[in-house]
Write a protein that binds this ligand. Sequence first.
Ligand code: PEP
Length: 260
Amino acid sequence: MAALRKPVIAGNWKMYKTIAEAKELAEAVVRGLDNSFGAATLILIPPFTAIQEVKRTVSGTAIAVGAQDVFWEEKGAFTGEISPLQLKEAGCDFVVIGHSERRQYFGETDETVRKKTLAALCHGLTPIVCFGETLEERESGRTLDRIKAQLELSLFTLEEADFSRVVLAYEPIWAIGTGRNATPEQAEEVQAFTRSLVASRYGKTAADYAIILYGGSVKPNNALSLAREKDVDGFLVGGASLEAESFLAIAREALRAVRD
Ligand code: PEP
């Protein structure tokens, strides 16, 4: 974690929590806040149905709210989809795009990621764009090629001004929800590589300021060692964000890595 970049800790609640449960969890996160968290950006990402309630619950705090997906059109006959305009109105400032579960179960591609990212940016939402390799790609030595291809087809098509508003999230698919996190060295290898690709495409300043999160079985007990890597700027947390205590403990570890 470099002091130049403010750590971001985002909790992806996936398809968990009713509205009442989401409110309870958001209240618990708010209760656990103290001044030290001002040095980080905390984002709660509930299911669509709970966005407004969570937004109301965190109002008056620095906690931001995000959504787990978005469609690229502003409105129209797209049954079941939700538009960036609607997310913004509901209180979102962030949106996750291209999560591996969306790619795996719902046919998302680098092209849909590109379109969704542009649409989000057009409506003032900050995209948190996920990318990462499968276990098979890692084991056959194709991790970096895969990362490069994903980024080139999605994010690197953006103009520099747009790219500078995107948060990147490296999420090795084999580490998501498996309890098997990437080691700090594995995360750093990919994230340093990602930053070098950003530097080649957009220049050193853009690379220095790019926020690159790690996601994949982050827990309070592995967060500090991951956060100490210089190109890990925070976390996209799934399972451990479903409890306020573990989510805040991870954020505390990320802040500790900046201070140390
Ligand atoms: C995620 O959903 O983005 C994620 C990283 O999940 P988990 O932390 O449970 O592996």
